[in-house]
Design a protein around this ligand. Sequence first.
Ligand code: SF4
Ligand code: SF4
Length: 204
Amino acid sequence: MKKIYLHIHRDGMTSSSHHTNDAALAPMERKLIDMYRDKDGLYTQPAEISVEREVWESHNRDRAAFHGFYADKETGNPHSVDWSHGRYNCGRCNMEQNKLCIFLKPSKDLPQRDGGVGPVNMESGSCEHFEGKRLGDSELKAFNMVDSDGYGVAKNGKGFGCPVCPYAEKRVEPDSAGRTLWCKFWATAVDEMACCKYNAAPVL
Ligand code: SF4
Ligand code: SF4
């Protein structure tokens, strides 16, 4: 495959050039990092606190936001955080309407009903598409758009969130933004009000 690069000259005229994909695929000597892991493959929390630790934790948190929908006050999409309770359940989600979800595709657990799928479990059901309920956010009836594979009902009866995730433990000290937990899955500091797609709280 060839790419065409457009060059803009000082006089405003343009010209184009062609580069082969071989050139684009030339080795790039970026840094690959590994960290100490427990026997279960999860990342072990370092004992020390430092500026450098906050820097690489911040980088890992951005990875969690991109690949796992993690969010907090400085990371990811703030609309997907349940700021007041840190309880990620359908009852607190903007996509819930009359105990139905207006976003997910129907499935065995969430059959199609008038205007949505469900009923969803208002207290302990949730999925990775949780959005905090807000009057200022009108929702599109996007029902039938997204697979419902990620929907689950937590055994704990109160839904999901970092504090109930088995991958979370107390951080040695809160970081400079007040995050009190260490996430062994993403190797980073996380907020007690946050959550992500890979929450491993047991489900029914
Ligand atoms: S299933 Fe997901 S998107 Fe639908 S109401 Fe529950 S948390 Fe929101
Ligand atoms: S503690 Fe669990 S829910 Fe929170 S970011 Fe880590 S894996 Fe996700």
